[in-house]
Design a protein around this ligand. Structure first.
Ligand code: HEM
Length: 397
């Protein structure tokens, strides 16, 4: 910091000669402001440690975010496995809870480096100026991801754009800007992180406080994905056990517009498309098939998940009854009249899995209307938005 103040003092007269229109008073003011940043926490060493932590955290967010994206929109050649059962629960839990824990890191980093905004002259050379300008997309993308991510999980849809698309593409901007920033700053990081400072006490306390803040956020939210800590999840927007039949609901039957259709006594499950014989099964017909019980979580894209006991029939039993090829692709369709999640694809690893059910019951009772009565899909290692509710048709292709 002392070094930075000294160079600033030298720079002011030179600039005042080069830019005569800039008044001496303003330059003196800048010099005065710069002189006020006396804390040695505004230094390269603190910025490097925080930068390293942020780099790792953003990398993990990017990787886990891509898992979520490609699970929902796999390219034609991609087949997600149905096991481990809790894989998506883990990756999306890390994504959201890790993202929340990143907030103190980013705030601390911005506080550490913000005096640089007043650095005068702003750049030592044209190349240095370009390098500094590239920091702006980095900061903007990082703030955008965290702010919109938090608004989304808090169900505060104040933005007019579609969150998932904006969040997805900004992730690439952030990853690119981060890569350039790391390449530019790596020599400084190496120099400062590898050497042992004489006067580390203040810095350690500061970094320790930031780490503790991240730890507290993790501890008070992780229970939304990891049920044994559910009671501590006071900052989490969702608690696993709250909702009808002990399970949260994101979209109710009324909101989906299916209240009447789902209660229709004429409801049938039809199996159609590339099948040897089409099926039309009433609830009683479905109950004649071997009944199964499985323990599987509902894992929301918003990071929360909740374990439940599901009763129903195996999707593969129904499909084999219809005479379906082993490599067939299957689509389940909801009674919902519209909406992004009206249908979902069930690829062979999932429909052949013995844990994948057309569920008729939940936690020992008939499915609640808001959980998908009369019939819903439940499968392992899959986002909740793909566990289609109010299923009435299975199409084979
Ligand atoms: C507090 C921080 C964050 C929160 C709360 C958050 C939340 C979310 C949520 C709820 C989704 C699921 C969207 C959906 O499928 O409907 C998501 C997906 C995603 N996130 Fe984040 N996120 C955060 C930070 C980040 C960061 C820092 C990155 C990038 C470095 C990132 C990259 C992604 C990507 C690539 C997806 C997939 C989007 C898609 O399905 O197209 N997120 N995030």
């Amino acid at each position: 910091m002392v070094r930075r103040r000294a160079s600033l003092t030298r720079a002011v007269p030179a600039v005042s000669r080069a830019v005569p229109a800039v008044s001496r008073a303003v330059l003196e003011e800048v010099r005065g402001l710069q002189g006020r940043f006396t804390s040695r926490l505004h230094d390269e060493r603190v910025a490097s440690w925080l930068g390293l932590a942020l780099g790792v955290s953003f990398l993990v967010s990017f990787a886990t975010g891509l898992v979520s994206h490609f699970m929902q929109h796999p390219p034609g050649w991609m087949r997600w496995p149905s096991r481990p059962v809790n894989l998506y629960r883990f990756t999306q839990g890390i994504h959201v809870i890790g993202g929340l824990a990143t907030v103190p890191l980013l705030l601390a980093k911005l506080w550490t480096v913000y005096p640089n905004l007043l650095r005068w002259p702003p750049a030592a050379s044209a190349a240095h100026g370009v390098r500094r300008l590239l920091v702006f997309p980095l900061v903007a993308a990082a703030l955008f991801q965290l702010v919109t991510g938090i608004m989304n999980i808090a169900y505060w849809y104040a933005f007019r754009f579609y969150f998932t698309t904006a969040h997805y593409w900004t992730a690439y901007v952030l990853a690119g800007a981060l890569l350039i920033h790391v390449a530019n700053e790596w020599p400084t990081v190496r120099r400062t992180v590898m050497t042992r400072p004489q006067d580390a006490v203040g810095r350690r306390a500061f970094l320790g406080t930031v780490a503790a803040a991240s730890g507290v956020i993790t501890l008070t939210t992780v229970g939304e994905a990891y049920s044994p800590l559910a009671r501590l999840a006071v900052l989490a927007p969702r608690r696993p056990g709250l909702g009808p039949q002990g399970l949260p609901v994101n979209k109710s039957a009324a909101h989906a517009g299916v209240t009447v259709l789902a209660r229709d006594p004429g409801w049938r499950l039809t199996v159609t498309g590339r099948v040897e014989r089409e099926l039309s099964l009433s609830p009683a017909g479905l109950r004649e098939l071997p009944a199964r019980t499985v323990r599987l979580p509902i894992t929301c894209v918003e990071g929360w998940s909740a374990q439940a006991t599901w009763e129903g029939v195996r999707l593969r039993d129904v499909l084999r009854m219809a005479g379906v090829d082993d490599d067939a692709r299957v689509r389940v369709e909801s009674l919902e009249p519209g909406g992004l999640y009206r249908t979902s694809e069930v690829d062979p690893p999932h429909w052949r899995d013995p844990l994948t059910l057309l569920a008729l019951g939940l936690n020992g009772e008939q499915l609640d209307l808001d959980h998908g009565y009369p019939c819903r899909l439940i499968a392992p290692n899959r986002p909740g938005v793909m566990q289609t509710k109010w299923v009435h048709r299975v199409v084979v292709s």
